[in-house]
Design a protein around this ligand. Structure first.
Ligand SMILES: *Cc1c(COP(=O)(O)O)cnc(C)c1O
Length: 495
C-alpha cells in the first residue's frame, strides 16, 4: 500500500430519516424482525410434513400481486406478513417428501443460512480479486476430483444445466472451428456442424443448438435400447453417414440420468467413439453426475472421467437451494478461448481489485453474477460428501422400493427399468384420461405430487424421488394413497 494512503474509517452515516440510504432507521428493530422471519422459515422446514405438498395459489393471492407500483414505504413487518400469508403456503412443494413430480432438490436449512450470508455480502462473482472466486475455485477442484478429472480443469456456476449444456456446446463449437468463429459466425463454414444426442436427451440440448445458430435440425437423434440408453452402434453409423454427406461432426452429448426414466448412456463406449472420431464428448449430468459422491453408485457412471465437459445441478441431488447449475471443462484453455473478451473495463492488474488471471466472466456469458459457490461450499463442508452421497443412494433405494410395492399390486405395472431414482408406472386397463386425472387429482389433494410422461406413446405416472427427507414410510403412504384412489374410483363407477 502506498504510504500516502492512510488507514482510516469513514464517518458514521447520517441521522436516519434525512439520509438517502436504504438501510433501516432502527437497526435493533430490524434485527428483531429479521430474526422473526428466520425462525418462521426454520419452523416451515421443520414442520413441512404437516402441510399439503402443494396448493394452488388462491384468487386472492393472485390478486395481491396485481397492485400498482408503490411510491411510499411500508413497514417491513407488514411486508413479511404478506410473505407469510400470500407466498409461503403457495410454494412449489419441493420441500415436501411426497413431491415427486419432477427432478427438484429439496434444499437444506444449511443452504438457507448460506443464502443469508451470500446476499448479506452481496458479492459480484463475475470477477475481481476477492474470496468469492477462491470459493468457486474450490468447488471446481472438488468436482474435478469427484468426477476423476485431471488438474487444470476449469468450471463455473451457472443458473442450471440448461445453461451449462449451452455453454459447453459453445466451447465445443469454438474448439472445432477455431476462435475466429466468434467473429465470423457460422456463415463461412464450408461444412455444416452436426451434433449427436440420444432420443431421450433433455430438450435443452436441442435448444442449445438453436441458440448457438447451428440449428436443432443438425442435432442427430440417436436411437436408444429398451432401457432408454443411447445405442453406440447407431451413433457410429450416423456419424459415418454424416461424414459421407459432407457434414462436420463436432459434438456428442451423453446423458448421465435421463429426465424420463433416469437411464444412463454407455458413457465409456461413447467416450471411445468420441476419441476415435475427434468429437467433443459432453455429459449432461444434470441428474446423475453427483451420484459420483456415492461409493455404491460411482461404478454406474464409468467413462464420465473421459469426457471433455460435464453439466450438473447442485440444486437437484446436491440439495443446494436454487439455483446452482455447474459446468466442468477438462481443457481450461479451450474453455477460456470461447468466452474471454479484451474489454478495457475488464483489464487485469498485478495487484489491487483487478488482480487475477482468469475470472468467471472469461468462462461464460455472465458478467454480473451472485455467490452461488457459497451455498454449495457450505453444504458440502457442513454435511460432507459421504452424507450427501448416502442420501443420493437412499433415494435410489426408495425408487426400487416403490417399484417393488407397485409390482406386488395387480393394478399397477412398472413401465421402465429403475436405473436411478425415477419410477414410471401405468395402471392396468386405464385410459389416458384416467392416468391424467389421477396425477392432477393427487396434486390438488395435497397428498402427493407425481407427474406424468409419455413412454412408447403411452401416458404413464412418473415419480422422481430426489428429496433427502423422503422415507420408506412416505413411499408406503404414497402407495396406500394410490390404492385408496383406485378404490374410490371403482366405487364411483359402481355407484
Ligand atoms: C433438469 C435437467 C436439465 C436442465 O437443467 P436445469 O437446471 O433445469 O436448467 C437438463 N438435463 C437433464 C437430464 C435434466 O434432468
Amino acid at each position: 500500500m502506498s504510504p500516502a494512503v492512510k488507514r482510516g474509517h469513514a464517518p458514521a452515516s447520517g441521522a436516519a430519516g434525512t439520509s438517502a440510504s436504504l438501510d433501516p432507521a432502527n437497526w435493533e428493530q430490524f434485527r428483531e424482525i429479521a430474526h422473526g422471519i428466520l425462525d418462521d422459515m426454520i419452523d416451515h422446514i421443520e414442520t413441512i410434513r404437516q402441510r399439503p405438498v402443494w396448493q394452488r395459489p388462491t384468487d386472492e393471492v393472485r390478486e395481491r400481486f396485481t397492485r400498482p407500483l408503490p411510491n411510499d414505504p411500508r413497514d417491513l413487518s407488514d411486508v413479511l406478513n404478506d410473505v407469510r400469508t400470500h407466498i409461503m403456503p403457495f410454494a412449489t412443494g419441493n420441500l415436501h417428501p411426497l413431491f415427486m413430480g419432477w427432478v427438484h432438490g429439496a434444499g437444506t436449512p444449511i443452504g438457507m443460512v448460506a443464502e443469508i450470508v451470500a446476499s448479506g455480502l452481496n458479492m459480484n462473482c463475475g470477477g475481481r480479486d476477492h474470496a468469492g472466486l477462491a470459493v468457486e475455485q474450490q468447488i471446481v477442484r472438488w468436482i474435478g476430483e469427484a468426477l476423476g478429472y485431471p488438474d487444470g480443469a476449469s468450471g463455473l456456476f451457472l443458473t442450471g444445466s440448461s445453461m451449462a449444456n449451452f455453454v459447453a456446446l459453445t466451447i465445443a463449437r469454438t474448439a472445432a472451428l477455431g476462435q475466429s468463429v466468434r467473429e465470423t459466425g457460422l456463415r463461412n463454414c464450408e461444412r455444416e456442424l452436426v451434433a449427436y444426442a440420444s432420443a431421450e436427451a433433455h430438450s435443452c440440448i436441442a435448444q442449445a443448438m438453436q441458440l448457438s445458430g447451428i440449428g436443432s435440425a443438425n442435432l442427430r437423434t440417436i436411437a436408444v435400447d429398451g432401457a432408454g440408453r443411447m445405442a453406440p452402434d447407431a451413433l457410429r453409423a450416423t456419424i459415418a453417414e454424416d461424414r459421407a454427406k459432407g457434414f462436420l461432426p463436432f459434438l456428442v452429448v451423453g446423458t448421465a440420468g435421463t429426465v424420463n426414466t433416469g437411464a444412463i448412456d454407455p458413457l465409456a463406449e461413447i467416450a471411445e467413439i468420441a476419441f476415435q472420431q475427434n468429437l467433443w464428448f459432453h455429459v449432461d449430468g444434470a441428474i446423475g453426475a453427483l451420484a459420483m459422491l456415492s461409493d455404491s453408485m460411482r461404478g454406474l457412471f464409468k467413462g464420465i472421467e473421459k469426457s471433455a465437459s460435464v453439466a450438473l445441478d447442485f440444486h437437484k441431488w446436491g440439495q443446494v437451494p436454487y439455483d446452482a447449475g455447474f459446468l466442468l471443462v477438462r481443457d481450461g484453455d479451450a474453455h477460456k478461448r470461447a468466452f474471454a473478451q479484451p474489454a478495457a473495463y475488464l483489464q487485469r492488474a498485478d495487484r489491487g481489485l483487478a488482480a487475477g488471471e482468469t475470472w468467471p466472466c472469461d468462462l461464460g456469458p455472465d458478467l454480473s453474477r451472485g455467490f452461488r459457490a457459497l451455498k454449495t461450499w457450505m453444504t458440502i463442508e457442513a454435511l460432507g460428501t459421504d452424507r450427501i452421497g448416502n442420501s443420493i443412494a437412499h433415494t435410489c433405494m426408495l425408487a426400487r422400493h416403490l417399484a417393488e410395492r407397485l409390482e406386488c399390486h395387480s393394478a399397477f405395472e412398472v413401465k421402465a427399468p429403475v436405473a436411478l431414482n425415477i419410477v414410471c408406472f401405468g395402471i392396468r386397463g386405464a385410459t389416458f384420461e384416467f392416468v391424467r386425472n389421477l396425477v392432477l387429482d393427487l396434486q390438488e389433494s395435497g397428498l402427493a405430487a407425481p407427474s406424468w410422461t409419455t413412454l412408447d406413446g403411452e401416458l404413464v405416472v412418473r415419480c422422481a424421488i430426489v428429496n433427502h427427507r423422503t422415507t420408506v414410510a412416505d413411499i408406503d403412504r404414497f402407495v396406500d394413497t394410490l390404492d385408496r384412489y383406485l378404490a374410490d374410483k371403482a366405487t364411483e363407477r359402481g355407484a
